[in-house]
Structures are given as structure tokens and as C-alpha cells.
Ligand binder design. Structure first.
Ligand code: HH2
Length: 261
């Protein structure tokens, strides 16, 4: 899954693809490099990021999704916590709803996911983006994240989302210290064992810096190692900035049958 942030403030590529023409060119590049899914986001969720309203967020992502759809049938996920943005994105051609709040952000999140009838990624986050990295604490991060994801999958199914449409994501860096993120990376098999496709997003995240990866090269090496760990544990997709390098590191990508339609 190649990342396309149409935002002024994302932590690693903020501001570069705000213009739809630049965003579309980047989409073409990610596809050429081997991406199987594009994840288009219009609101940064980096620690400390300020929220944007639904209108502004939709105005960023909809033209880009429509432009990609005009030349490619690649699956497109929309990275949003807002049901209204998910709806607008799906109308423009998005095929997956990637929700970092696991359908908890709005009262109509669950009902909207059921109504859209598209795959939905349920991600674990402790707290909310503005404050989540203040001092996250867990007794047992792996059990808490796994139990939370199982509960959110149950809630989604109870609301009418098909079991086959549910993806899970441990939310690396979302209300987690480097130690928490590492514990999750080392125990991804526990989440995979829940029986849903798992998405892993570790690319260029700050826990890598906390581990000593200060330079861009070192952060890339750490990102690739995390993708390899994910592949070994059986995740279905990895959300990455560096598609070409990741495809190479995974020896051509992840196993085909695990990919979403
Ligand atoms: N990470 C980010 C954003 N969305 N979605 C899922 N499912 N999993 C993730 O790990 C994840 C995500 C944060 O990374 P990035 O898009 O690079 O930065 P920003 O949040 O600043 O847009």
C-alpha cells in the first residue's frame, strides 16, 4: 500500500502532494514502483497535528481520487476518520475505508461503513492524535491492542459490516512508545491469528528514530526491516512511503492471495 498524503503537514511528505497534479504524478510513480493499493489521506494524524473539517478534507482527497480513477483501476483506500469524507471518497472511486479510529470517531461511523459495503481498516489508537504520544501506558500492550481490535471487529459486524470486509491494524506509533511499537512488531502473529487480513504501517515512523535510526537511510532500513517482519508474521499489506524499496525487500511483494479485491 503506497502512501499518498494530500496534506500540508504530514510528518514525512507533508506539503509535497497538496496540488492534485503533483498528487496524481506521485500516484503514477507509486503504481509504477509496484504498489497494489494507494492510500490517499487529507488529514495528518501525526502526533500534535491539528484537525481539519470534513469539507476541507474532502476538497483535498476527492479530486485526487477521481484523477487516479480516470487512469487506473488500482484499489484506493481513503485514510479518514470522518464518515462524510469516506462517503465522498467512495463516490469518487475509493474502494477501501482506512479509519485510524476503528469506526469510533462519529456516531454514524459504524452505520456508514455497513452502508458503503467496502472493505474497512480498523486501526488501534490510544487517545487522539493531538495528545496520544504524551505518555501512553499499557499493562500488556499486545493483549490490549489484540483485544481492542477483536472487539472493534465484533462491533463492525454487529452493525452490518461483512466479516470478509474487515481489516485490522495495530496502529504502530499511535499512542505508543517505541517499546510498545516494538512489542507489537514482535507479536504481530497474535493479531494475524484473529483471522482477519492485517495491515501494518511502520514506514518512516518516529519509533525508528528512538531506536537510533537518525538518518533517512537508517529510517528506510528500519522501515524495510519492519515490512519484512510483517511479511514473516503473515500480514496482508504494508503501508509504506518507499514502495520500490519495499517491493524489493519483500522479494516482489506480499503473497497474492492475501491481497484485497
Ligand atoms: N499511519 C499513519 C496514517 N494512517 N493508517 C493505518 N491504517 N495504519 C497506519 O499505521 C497509519 C495510517 C501515519 O503516517 P503518515 O501517513 O505517513 O503521516 P500522517 O499521519 O502525518 O499523514
Amino acid at each position: 500500500m503506497g502512501i499518498l498524503n494530500v496534506t500540508p503537514d504530514s510528518f514525512s511528505d507533508g506539503g509535497r502532494f497538496l496540488d492534485p497534479i503533483a498528487a496524481t504524478a506521485q500516484a503514477r510513480r507509486l503504481i509504477a514502483e509496484g504498489a497494489d493499493i494507494l492510500d490517499v489521506g487529507g488529514e495528518s494524524t501525526r502526533p500534535g497535528a491539528e484537525p481539519v473539517d470534513a469539507e476541507e478534507e474532502a476538497a483535498r482527497v476527492v479530486p485526487v481520487i477521481a484523477a487516479i480513477r480516470a487512469f487506473s483501476d488500482i484499489p484506493i483506500s481513503v485514510d479518514t476518520m470522518k464518515p462524510a469524507v469516506a462517503r465522498a471518497a467512495v463516490a469518487a472511486g475509493a474502494t477501501i475505508w482506512n479509519d485510524v479510529t476503528a469506526l469510533t470517531f462519529a456516531e454514524d461511523s459504524l452505520a456508514t461503513a455497513a452502508d458503503l459495503r467496502r472493505p474497512v481498516v480498523l486501526m488501534h489508537m490510544k487517545g487522539e492524535p493531538r495528545t496520544m504520544q504524551a505518555a501512553p501506558e499499557y499493562d500488556d500492550v499486545v493483549s490490549e491492542v489484540t483485544d481492542y481490535l477483536a472487539a472493534r471487529a465484533d462491533a463492525a459486524m454487529a452493525a452490518g459490516v461483512e466479516r470478509s470486509a474487515i481489516w485490522l491494524d495495530p496502529g504502530i506509533g499511535f499512542g505508543k512508545t517505541a517499546r510498545h511499537s516494538l512489542a507489537l512488531l514482535a507479536n504481530l502473529g497474535r493479531i494475524v491469528a484473529l483471522g482477519f487480513p492485517v495491515l501494518l504501517g511502520a514506514s518512516r515512523k518516529s519509533f525508528l528514530r528512538a531506536l537510533g535510526a537518525q538518518s533517512d537511510d537508517a529510517r528506510l532500513a528500519g522501515s524495510l526491516e519492519a515490512a519484512r517482519l510483517g511479511a514473516k508474521a503473515g500480514v496482508a499489506a504494508v503501508r509504506v512511503h518507499d514502495v520500490r524499496e519495499t517491493v524489493a525487500a519483500l522479494g516482489g511483494g506480499l503473497a497474492r492471495p492475501a491481497r484485497p479485491s
